[in-house]
Design a protein around this ligand. Structure first.
Ligand code: FES
Length: 483
């Protein structure tokens, strides 16, 4: 009896990214059937993985968690009732497998009896029939070499299925995992999948989706009333429900143009002066009104009539926290941030703006290039790309006047945590031409790349022309001018 596992779960079991597994599949080194991987094939391709020792994988996950900022550790375990239901489901599977084994055992006993009977009826075939019987018995008694490893893998997979379940979004085919006591919506946002939602607390009904298969459970009450026809059609609210088993939902994944403009009253959580030229402004949105945006987009800020437009440096997965990098210059908004803005001050935020967003379905290797505080949208994009785990490789070039860069440690932690991530710090003092040359010296052919760059217009222009000359497709170029 074959046992198949979905690719996303295999990635977690072996501690590899989905893009790394896709590479093996493309190279013909790992065989899939209908997008799933058979247990024996998994053991063949990953003979050295210790299934009970996931320390390395945990280490990478830990750094990713820290890199993504605040994580709510108390959410690590599922809700008691959800846990009970998952264990019950697993128990049903165990009971079914056990009764199948009992049935096979009976069939085998019956077969043995028949072989003995045939041998008695036909003494001429007795030796051959007895040889078959002994061979069959030996096959059953001798556990195959792979049995222990297969057992360990299945044990780990079972624990994983109790702790987290898989969600497949139709028709796009995106996948993510619901962990701990996250709702389906929270899990989607953490995974960088942009699904439609509004209030995120059960009032507006914007997060309504159709449950195609699997079991869900309501974990937060909702005031929005689902009509009888909705219920019959299998509608659920993602912000109120969690998944009990692996589920399939029908929902649209949003692009940059699909997210409506929102105006949100926020408060200053902190103004962090990185150095005398740059401040990180941390804002908190109200519980009932988090900002819906895609990584790489901008917002307009208004404080008592003073306005400024900045790229968001945080990830959409970071709950209610919005981070913006404000450069010190002569603009009134910038001066106000450096001289007057205090904790708890009200800031009205309008957005999201712009289309500098990640191509969610691209599996191509990706170059990220930031010039100085152009790092803000690039940081958000990188975090999104990490959540999606689809880019084959990621290279970050950060060109700055001051070395080391203000979030140099963060970039190095990404390099340590991910084996497909590389980081190179460059100096603005070398000039635009030298920096473009330095970046392209590492990449002779950009024919299959995506390139995301944020910085001054003249630098972007030089980089774009040089990248096109190296074969970059116009569709692979994504530039954001930072004023
Ligand atoms: S987002 Fe408003 S009800 Fe779910």
């Amino acid at each position: 009896m074959s046992h198949y596992l979905p690719l996303s779960r295999v990635a977690r079991l072996v501690g590899e990214s989905r893009s790394a597994l896709q590479r093996l599949i493309r190279a013909g080194e790992l065989t899939t059937f209908d997008g799933q991987i058979e247990l024996d094939e998994l053991l063949r391709v990953f003979p050295d993985v210790k299934w009970q020792d996931d320390g390395e994988y945990e280490h990478v996950e830990e750094i990713k968690r820290k890199a993504f900022g605040k994580r709510v550790y108390e959410r690590a375990l599922p809700d008691k009732e959800v846990l009970a239901e998952r264990l019950f489901e697993l128990g049903k599977e165990f009971a079914a497998a056990k009764s199948l084994l009992i049935h096979y055992d009976r069939v085998f006993g019956w077969l043995e009896e028949r072989l003995v009977g045939f041998a008695e009826d036909d003494p001429g075939s007795a030796d051959a029939l007895m040889a078959i019987r002994i061979w069959l018995r030996r096959q059953l008694d001798e556990a195959p070499q792979e049995a222990e490893r297969g057992k360990a893998l299945l044990a780990e997979e079972s624990v994983m299925r109790v702790m987290s379940v898989r969600v497949v979004v139709q028709p796009s085919g995106h996948e993510f995992f619901v962990e701990g006591n996250d709702t389906i919506l929270e899990a989607a946002l953490r995974a960088g999948i942009s699904l439609n939602y509004g209030c995120s607390n059960g009032n507006c009904g914007d997060c309504k989706v159709k449950l195609v298969s699997g079991q869900v459970r309501k974990v937060h009450p909702h005031d929005y009333v689902l009509k009888e026809t909705d219920k019959v059609a299998g509608a659920i609210l993602m912000c109120s429900y969690t998944a009990v088993t692996d589920i399939v939902i029908e929902a649209n994944v949003s692009g940059a143009g699909d997210i409506p403009e929102q105006t949100i009253p926020t408060r200053v959580k902190a103004v962090e002066f990185i150095d005398d030229k740059l401040a990180a402004l941390h804002l908190t949105t109200p519980r009932s009104q988090r900002l819906r945006f895609l990584a790489g987009q901008r917002v307009s800020l208004n404080v008592a009539g003073l306005e400024g437009e900045y790229a968001i440096a945080s990830c959409p997965c970071e709950d209610r926290h919005i981070e913006l990098h404000i450069r010190r210059d002569n603009r009134p908004f910038s001066r106000m941030v450096f001289e007057d803005l205090r904790k708890e001050a009200p800031v009205t935020l309008t957005g999201p703006l712009g289309r500098f967003v990640i191509q969610m379905d691209s599996r191509r290797p990706t170059l990220f290039v930031a010039w100085d505080d152009g790092f803000a949208p690039i940081k958000s994009l990188i975090q999104h790309a990490m959540s999606l785990e689809v880019a084959e490789s990621m290279d970050l070039y950060w060109i700055s006047e001051a070395l080391p860069h203000y979030q140099d440690n963060l970039c190095r932690s990404w390099t340590d945590a991910l084996d497909n991530f590389r980081y190179r710090a460059l100096s603005a003092a070398d000039g635009a031409d030298a920096n473009v040359a330095a970046i392209l010296a590492d990449h002779a052919d950009l024919g299959h790349f995506d390139l995301y760059a944020a910085g001054p217009a003249d630098f972007l222009d030089k980089l774009k022309q040089a990248a096109f000359a190296r074969g970059l497709s116009p569709l692979g170029w994504h530039g954001e001018i930072v004023l």
